[in-house]
Design a protein. Sequence first.
Length: 315
Amino acid sequence: MQYRRLGNSGLKVSEISLGSWLTYGGSVDASKAEAVVDRAYELGINFFDTANVYHQGAAESIVGKALSKYRRESYVLATKAFFPMGEGPNDRGLSRKHIIEQCEASLKRMGVDYIDLYQCHRFDPETPLEETLRALDDLVTQGKVLYIGVSLWSAVQLLDAVHLAKELNLDRIISNQPQYSMLLRSIEQDVIPVSEREGIGQVVFSPLAQGVLTGKYKPGAPAPEGSRATDPKSNMFINRFMQEEQLRKVEKLKPIAERNGVSPAQLALAWILRLDNISSCIIGASRPEQVEENAKASGVKLSSEDLQEIEQILE
């Protein structure tokens, strides 16, 4: 496993990281989730991402318990806050009240004294940005949070936060967590250029387009039984990638993977890691073997000819 700096910070994270969205606390029971976390740790994955809203805290509890057997300083634990955690008007958003309360709740659920990376799960237009940044800065000052990041913020929102933090001498954002894959490349236009300039690293989710880039789905054929595309709870996220045109692109990518001695999934991850601004790819896994395959993408270098051919296919 190879490691990269998270933005311009001194924190180093594994190129492949493990997430818990749609899995732990839901479709994957605790014992299986722990086996996946253990295998990831054995393979050198040191970055584990979760969120308070994932199954209303259950994912945080499972990830925290699974990691409790390891030295706290040996892994990077990331979680998030923004989405509703209750029915009250202050049980959501990025107000000082919600951020402070949810940080405390996450610490208790995960059984740790501090969170390595605390992220704003979305942008909150109803809370002054200064209030959010000051609350996060206070958590850093208290030692409950080491670094702060965001998820799915636009380039303008990132710039506003960077400039305000500089003006007020507050702790700075070091990461953004967007969706990015061969089939969804919108951050290339402005989020990545702004982030490169401001020292913000990307930790991307759904790098395999909800599993479509593994090649398991064939053009003109029904989705395999038991796959994510047949699960009513998750197919709302995968449907956008299931168009025939996109499935044909995935088929055309397979010879490039074979030529490089990698799987289609490893090719997709290596392609993302071609960009220096990408700090890590967050994968989801319900079985240890899935982690093993994806972890092998770390360190894979694609030639300029490969990248050019991939670009032609994706266009």
